[in-house]
Design a protein around this ligand. Structure first.
Ligand code: ATP
Ligand code: MG
Length: 374
C-alpha cells in the first residue's frame, strides 16, 4: 500500500500537521529527540492500533493535550485502484480508543487491522533475537494476526481460556472444574500451533536466504520449537490429540505449580547459526551484529509474507537502522531492499549519508522539535 496523506493531531510531540507523501516515500532527517521515531510510530499505529515501541496509548498523547488523532489516506498499489482512509484516536481521560475505516467504525478492532500493510525496521528489533521467547511469540502473533484470517480470534480465545483455566488451577479447584476448560483450550491451541508451524515451515528458506545475503554467505536458520511434541501430528486434529495427551501427562504437575504448563504459550522459536556441523544459538552466542542481522532477516521475511500472503506491496518504515551496521552490511541491505521491489519507504536518519535507498532519490524532509518541514 502507499500512504498518500497523513494528518497528525497531538500524537507525542508532533502537534498538528497535514502532510502529503510522494509515491516513493521520504527520508526524514533530524537530530536526536526531535520526533523521528514518533513519526514512524504514528504511521504504524494505523496498522495495529498500538505503539510499535510497546508504549501505552496514554503515553502517545501530546503532553498538553487530551486526545491524539492520526489519519492516513492509503492508495492501493496494484491495478485495482482504490483509496482508503484509516483513522485512530485516543482520549486520555476516558481511555477511549476510536478507530474508523472510510468513516465507519468496525465492529471489532481486529477487523480494521493491517490496512497499511506496513513493516517497521527499528534498532529495538534486536530484542527479537536477544530477548526471551515471549518476544518471538509476539512477533509470530502479530504477523499471523495480520496475514491469516481466524488467527487473531484463535489466539485471543486461547489466551482467554488459558487465563480462566489457570485461575481454577491456582485456586485449587477439583479436576472436573479444571477439565471443563480443556476442549476449548485444545481447539484454539491446536489452531494456533498449526498456524505457527506452517508459517515457519513456509518461511524458513527465506530467512536462511536473507541472512546469507546480508552476512555475505553465513548460514542461519529459524526453527519452531513447539511446547507440544508434534512428531507425527500433521493435521490440526493430530495436534489436538497431542495436546490432549500432553495435558493428561502434566495434570499432576500443573496442580502442583497452579498453572497450565504445556501449550502454545510455552512455544519457542529458535534462531541459530550453522557452525560447521553444529549449531550456535544466536540468543546466547550471537554477536551484536549477528543478532541485528537475524532481526533484519525476520523483518524482511515479514515483508515477504505481506507480499505473498496478503498480496500487497508493503510500506517499509525504517527507523535509523543503518546507523548500526558496518558499511559492508549496510551496502548489502540497501542492495537487497532494491532487489526486493521495495515499494514506498519512509526512512529516518540523523544524517544524510544514511539515505541512499531508491538510488538516492528519496525526497528529504526535516524534523525539528516535532515540526516536519517538507
Ligand atoms: P533519536 O534520534 O534519539 O532516536 P528521535 O528523533 O527518534 O530521536 P523520538 O523518540 O521520536 O526522537 O522523540 C523523542 C521526543 O519526543 C522527546 O523529546 C520526548 O520528550 C518527546 N515525547 C515523547 N512522548 C511525548 C508526548 N507524549 N508528548 C510530547 N512529547 C513527547
Ligand atoms: Mg528514534
Amino acid at each position: 500500500m502507499r500512504l498518500s496523506g497523513l494528518t497528525l493531531r497531538h500524537f507525542r510531540n508532533l502537534g498538528s500537521q497535514d502532510l502529503e507523501f510522494p509515491p516513493e516515500g521520504i527520508a526524514l532527517i533530524g537530530d536526536n529527540a526531535q520526533g523521528k521515531s514518533n513519526f514512524l510510530e504514528a504511521i504504524y499505529y494505523l496498522e495495529t492500533f498500538r505503539s510499535f515501541r510497546g508504549a501505552r496509548d496514554e503515553q502517545l498523547v501530546g503532553f498538553n493535550s487530551e486526545l491524539f488523532r492520526v489519519t492516513g489516506t492509503m492508495q492501493a498499489t496494484d491495478e485495482e485502484c482504490g483509496t482508503e482512509v484509516v483513522a485512530a484516536a485516543f482520549e486520555r481521560n476516558g481511555k477511549r480508543k476510536k478507530v474508523s475505516v472510510n468513516g465507519e467504525e468496525p465492529e471489532r478492532l481486529g477487523d480494521a487491522l493491517g490496512r497499511l500493510a506496513a513493516v517497521v525496521f527499528s534498532p529495538r528489533d534486536t530484542q527479537l533475537v536477544s530477548g526471551g521467547p515471549k518476544k518471538r511469540r509476539r512477533f509470530l502473533d502479530i504477523v499471523l494476526s495480520l496475514s491469516q484470517p481466524g488467527y487473531l480470534a484463535a489466539i485471543q480465545e486461547y489466551r482467554r481460556i488459558l487465563q480462566q483455566r489457570n485461575v481454577s488451577l491456582k485456586t485449587g479447584q477439583p479436576p472436573s472444574v479444571v477439565m471443563a476448560w480443556d476442549s476449548g483450550l485444545i481447539k484454539s491451541g491446536a489452531s494456533v500451533t498449526r498456524a505457527r508451524r506452517d508459517w515457519i515451515d513456509l518461511r524458513c528458506e527465506a530467512f536462511r536466504d536473507y541472512y546469507a545475503r546480508i552476512s555475505d554467505g553465513v548460514s542461519a536458520r529459524i526453527t519452531y520449537a513447539p511446547s507440544l511434541s508434534l512428531t507425527g501430528a500433521a493435521s490440526e486434529g493430530g495436534i489436538a490429540e497431542a495436546f490432549r495427551d500432553a495435558l493428561a501427562v502434566t495434570a499432576e504437575r500443573e496442580r502442583r505449580v497452579g498453572a497450565t504448563v504445556v501449550g502454545p504459550h510455552r512455544d519457542e522459536v529458535q534462531l541459530q547459526l550453522d557452525n560447521g556441523g553444529s549449531t550456535l544459538d544466536l540468543r546466547q552466542y550471537g554477536s551484536g551484529g549477528q543478532r541485528r542481522t537475524a532481526a533484519l532477516a525476520l523483518r524482511l521475511v515479514e515483508a515477504k509474507s505481506i507480499r505473498e500472503s496478503r498480496r500487497k506491496q508493503p510500506l517499509i518504515l525504517l527507523d535509523d537502522v543503518f546507523a548500526e551496521f558496518d558499511s559492508g552490511r549496510s551496502e548489502r541491505v540497501l542492495e537487497l531492499m532494491e532487489t526486493e521491489e521495495t515499494g514506498q519507504v519512509v526512512l529516518t536518519a540523523p544524517r544524510e549519508e544514511h539515505v541512499r535507498i531508491h538510488s538516492d532519490s528519496l525526497p528529504r524532509w526535516r524534523i525539528t522539535a516535532g515540526v516536519v518541514a517538507t
